[in-house]
Design a protein. Structure first.
Lengths: 332, 302
């Protein structure tokens, strides 16, 4: 096609030759469309920012009345009585933090271990990829299915051991009650399964970004595999691993369905792993569908609290990740 | 620091170098124990996935029959029935959500990849999208409730779709951005050299080339959205009837059906919850696997 331009007969009317070829300046209509398209793209970009702002403002607007009525007392009292219009979310705040911290310990520890196994040459590269996909599928199972599984598999499975622990170690605050069905422990266990893929994926990336020559140098000095891991890989990727943990924590705080089905929805907070409790997200899921006007206001207030907690934790996690990648870039 | 301690250990170990592996050496023994522990912990971590899949196959497959896909959800205590309204409902809600999320996500990605660059506005847009990825799904439901349900005065498929769209937008946008950025600059330069406008380059060169990547993002977002329950609970609600073409009315969905029936005292409803879980997980896993295959292909070609 380009040939036709070259072979165009030399003559005074060169512009005509250019016009007939494939390459030509855009027409006025095309120029106009280009301007419209550019502005449209900008508008949609800004729309995403507006969407985020809209979510925050709209929820706050609906919570406004309840915020005025209940003030900070809402955060420190623990009744939830729609009939007397008396609301407080202290047990929910504590329950959210407690289940998420437990999940962070279990899921974080397992997640980092899996990330090590999948990044430090324990298994052949092919197996590594397959296992990585298996872990990703763990994240693909909908949380409501984990809830169903929790009710019919996990709760019966932990009931035996929990009864034994309560009988023999009941003096210990963590084991001070019996598990009657749903409770903090099954909820936290499912929660740790759900944050494990997040922790694994992100911390594995951080470990893989550690320059190979650092590990090779340590091996060359005669270090064993685990000496390399503890003294070279983990210290070097610690920023990314912490970021992964914080982001996993953020996911746990906002997780809803598995908790709504497994935590017991009791408006109390106890340290015992086997006592029922509640979380902010589960409170919203359980009360919103049938709430009257006054209760909806209080629930909106609870949503604002949940939003503030999760957005803060997530922003912190993203910031840590950003700093960690920058530090690792300086190494290689 | 780490190097210094390692040096002293190596020097102190022995003067004659031996490459023999012996568990008499405390370091070798410790190394092997830790390796064994790590492998066991990894297996424990993967166990729930297999347990869930096993239960779905045992409990869910027992309910599989043609009527499951053709009949409506039965009332409390009744036998028979199926989950057809929930299957159709999930598809309708997801369709509404995709219709809302795709244009916003794609055009946002075009802005980020083609116009925004590293400008301050682009940084803010990208940050907003990242924050939205971490938004708890129930809050998307609260927002859709405030915006759509309160305004229109009724629970509806539209409200459910809107809530789901909020969860899809950041995934579609961020994956589309990287797909658009992966298009070779040479191709764009060639088009610009022919006198094409940027709009033409984006629509006729960049987008068609990036379609597989964009589709991957859409499928991952779909798979995630399809399993979501929290944003539908008080937006789409549930309906025991078949969808009749009106998205202004409450609608059934697989995920809400599972939630409602999981706590039911009637064994038949619990069994239907398992069957619905099997169908839902099957759809979600297929979407995930297809998306993974679609992303892998470009790497193989080089």
């Amino acid at each position: 096609m380009a040939d036709s331009t070259l072979k165009a007969p030399p003559g005074p009317d060169l512009s005509e030759a250019f016009r007939s070829s494939v390459s030509r300046p855009p027409t006025a209509w095309q120029k106009g469309f280009d301007v419209v398209f550019r502005n449209l793209a900008h508008a949609f970009g800004i729309l995403v920012v507006l969407l985020l702002a809209g979510i925050v403002l709209e929820v706050m607007r609906h919570a406004g009345a309840a915020m005025g009525t209940y003030g900070l007392r809402f955060l420190t009292t623990s009744t939830w009585d729609a009939n007397r219009a008396d609301f407080g979310i202290l047990p929910e705040i504590l329950g959210t933090l407690y289940t998420s911290i437990l999940a962070l310990f279990i899921g974080g520890f397992l997640g980092i271990t899996v990330a090590l196994v999948l990044s430090q040459g324990f298994v052949p590269r092919r197996v590594e990829l397959v296992l990585k996909n298996v872990i990703e599928l763990l994240a693909a199972i909908p949380s409501v299915v984990y809830g169903l599984w929790g009710i019919f598999v996990l709760v019966p499975a932990v009931r035996g051991p929990s009864g034994w622990l309560n009988e023999h170690f009941g003096f210990f605050p963590l084991f001070s009650t019996r598990l009657s069905g749903p409770g903090i422990l099954p909820a936290s266990l499912v929660l740790s399964i759900m944050i494990l893929p997040t922790v694994t994926a992100i911390s594995r990336e951080a470990m893989a970004a550690v320059p190979k020559r650092l590990a090779s140098a340590a091996y060359g000095l005669g270090a064993t595999r685990w000496e390399v891991i503890f003294r070279v890989v983990l210290p070097t990727s610690v920023g990314g691993i912490f970021g992964a943990l914080v982001l996993g924590f953020g996911r746990a705080l906002g997780e809803t369905m598995a908790l709504a089905m497994l935590v017991g929805n009791a408006n109390v907070f106890g340290l015992s792993l086997f006592s029922p409790g509640n979380t902010l997200a589960a409170l919203l899921a359980n009360h919103f569908p049938e709430a009257g006007k006054v209760e909806v206001g209080a629930l909106m207030y609870a949503a604002v609290v949940l939003m503030l907690i999760t957005l803060t934790v997530n922003a912190l996690g993203s910031f840590m990740m950003l700093r960690a990648t920058r530090e690792l870039k300086g190494l290689s | 620091m780490a190097n210094a301690t390692m040096n002293s250990q190596v020097a102190g170990a022995s003067s004659t170098v031996s490459f023999r592996h012996s568990f008499a050496d405390r370091r070798t023994l410790g190394n092997s124990i830790l390796t064994g522990l790590a492998v066991v912990l990894s297996l424990i971590a993967m166990f729930p996935l297999f347990s869930v899949l096993y239960m779905l196959l045992v409990k869910g497959a027992a309910m599989l029959s043609p009527t499951l896909f053709t009949e409506l959800t039965p009332g409390a205590g009744m036998d028979g029935g199926g989950i057809s309204n929930a299957i159709v409902g999930t598809l309708v809600v997801v369709l509404v959500a995709t219709t809302l999320a795709l244009p916003l996500g794609f055009m946002g990605a075009v802005y980020l990849a083609e116009y925004g660059g590293e400008s301050r506005l682009a940084t803010v847009v990208r940050f907003a999208a990242k924050v939205l990825t971490g938004l708890p799904s129930i809050l998307a439901g609260v927002f859709a409730y405030a915006l759509v349900v309160v305004t229109t005065g009724s629970f509806s498929a539209l409200a459910g779709g809107a809530a789901m769209a909020i969860l899809m937008v950041p995934t579609v946008m961020l994956t589309s951005e990287s797909a658009l950025r992966a298009v070779p600059a040479k191709m764009k330069m060639a088009a610009f050299g022919m006198g094409a406008t940027r709009a033409q380059v984006v629509l006729k060169i960049v987008t068609p080339t990036a379609v597989p990547g964009i589709l991957t993002g859409v499928m991952l977002a779909l798979a995630r959205a399809m399993g979501e329950t929290a944003p539908l609970l008080f937006t789409a609600l549930f309906s025991d009837y078949m969808f009749e073409g009106k998205i202004s009315q409450p609608i059934a969905s697989l995920s809400v059906l599972i939630y409602n029936f999981a706590g039911s005292p009637f064994e038949h409803q619990v069994a239907l919850a398992w069957a619905a879980s099997l169908v839902l997980v099957a759809i979600v896993l297929v979407l995930n696997v297809v998306a993974q295959i679609a992303t892998r292909r470009p790497e193989e070609h080089g």
